[in-house]
Ligand binder design. Sequence first.
Ligand code: IVH
Length: 674
Amino acid sequence: MPESTDIHKRIVELRGQIDHHNHRYHVLDDPVISDSEYDALMRELQALEKLRPELVTSDSPTQRVGAEPLDAFESVEHRVPMLSLANAFSNEELTAWRRRVSDRLDDLDFEMVCELKYDGLAVALTYQDGALVRGATRGDGYRGEDVTQNLRTIRSIPLSVPKDAPRQFEVRGEVYMTKSGFEKLNQERLEAGEPLYINPRNTAAGAVRQLDPRITAQRPLDIFVYGLGYAQGPMPDTHWETLEYFKSWGFKVNSRNTLVRRTEEVEDYHKRWEEERENLDYAADGIVVKVNQLRLQEQLGFVGREPRWAVAYKFPAEEATTKLLKIDINVGRTGSLNPFAILEPVVVGGATVKMASLHNEDDIHRRDIRIGDTVIVRRAGEVIPQVLGPVVSLRTGREVVFQMPDECPVCGTRVVRPEGEAMHRCPNVACPAQIYELLKHFVARGAMDVEGMGESLSEALLKAGLVKDVADIYYLTREQLLTLERMADKSASNILAAIETSKGRPLARVLFALGIFHVGGETAELLARQFVDIDALAAATEEELQAIPTIGPKIAQSVVAFFGEESNRKVIEKLRQAGVNLKSDARPASGPLPWAGKQFVVTGKLDTLSRNQAESAIKDLGGAVGSSVSKKTDYLVAGADAGSKLGKAQALGTPILDEQAFTRMLEEAGSKPP
Ligand code: IVH
């Protein structure tokens, strides 16, 4: 057995090493050893501490999760109250804030620190003689809850700080759950059949206020520190340097903070992060602007519960609460019964929302959404508004659990729910809802693009019995059209001409227009490139289809089932008879396409080829072309004067091709020049 002083020495050494690697990994996001090397150090420390239990200290890295579940949290008083921030919602309000500040100061050229405003929960961490002794929630600002044992489980919170830190001090920060961690957690819950969490913020708050620290330890929580509560010991003169001190003591400070002087710089910071917030792995609901000089902060003081020296310049809210009034059903063109929420109108994501998607019955139950609930609605970017879940605490008891109807709300046929599917379906292919939705889709832009044939004409044609399936539009006569209300000679001619023009659309458009389940625009293009005509596609087996890169079993099955259906084959014959193009104009591909599965986005001005030519060349090689840069984008092709997409690709680390690199890649892949 080794000498006991050697064991002590080794324990101290191991703790130092583990703390160091923990800091590199969780705070700096820059690990220098592998997980297994880290685990080995941890196991060695655990073994030695087991041998010498009297040497275990509370700041040992083995002691992050140790405590037993509590019955309740103790209430603790904040030595310095944790106050709130005044809000600004526009550049004008920001300017007004700045003017109020300069009016009170002699120094007109003061510095400001811009930070992100994290949407999590505020905590205060107290350190005494180098060790974390208390972690508390904000509570009402004056009293919070003692959640020390839960906060200790967050790896980016140091359990101990270096000797040069003050003897006693309190740092404040925001605990949050990463978006990626939240998605993963909900995915696991989905697979386990457990109820889903609403959003990262509420889930983080729940995890911190959880009586069993072992559960908290399993949640993907993190922290950014943003301010000092108090300190007994020397501290710097500015907020910026205070943050630098925090960093040097091992705390996680956001590297996106900046020090500025001019209001325009604050506006730019706000604009930049409003645009890019979706790319952050944490929720930010605005920026916080703080006067940098602490002497000036003191001079400015507070009004009520808000400091004059800081302001929260908010982003437009992406989430809002409102009442769910009713759940209605829409029957899709494939017969799926899609429930959607009718809401009390609410402004969210910059628009008034009255309806929101609800996915399917299982999802409604997993989120425990009931009719009459106050719900949280989310609308971010261009995405359709979603109901995330109920605010259970606001229930009255009069809420009603939703049940899917037994019959199709449009044609009354008994609905079915195919094995393994989440959707209920109306099995009646002649259901007016299906034909109506399909016809609307068939004539829409991106499909057969019959100009002038909108929703109302589609509906009128179906009502008049002039159209029973989508091919019927090619057999319409002038006389028939003129029997419709409000149809003049001129518009009838226009419609007939537009129908005629649509006969020449490429095969990909026809395939997309037919509304084959799981065949979107991209897949339709891929299929049209692989087969010489629709008959060749109709004859393909599931195996042949699946041999095409990016075509999986779901699409293959659906295509085979579509062409196996007698009524669908009839429609195709009618299209053929009418003279609709059913042949592919793309060269038949031989062998796998070199860029299959790769996603491109093209932006800016190219010199040697047009945007369209560039996109066709990518598609000819099997690649897909997206309209916006996301994590899924493999390459951004950036020509001259590329704008925000370039910035986004840089932020995401997406490979960027200039025109020269792109054309070289095209040549290497065997692309034919346009
Ligand atoms: S400083 C005197 N900085 O916003 C208040 N707060 O409305 C000083 N918050 O409860 C607060 N990010 O939880 C500050 N970078 C940031 C912040 C931030 C989020 C939260 C904080 C507080 C609330 C104030």
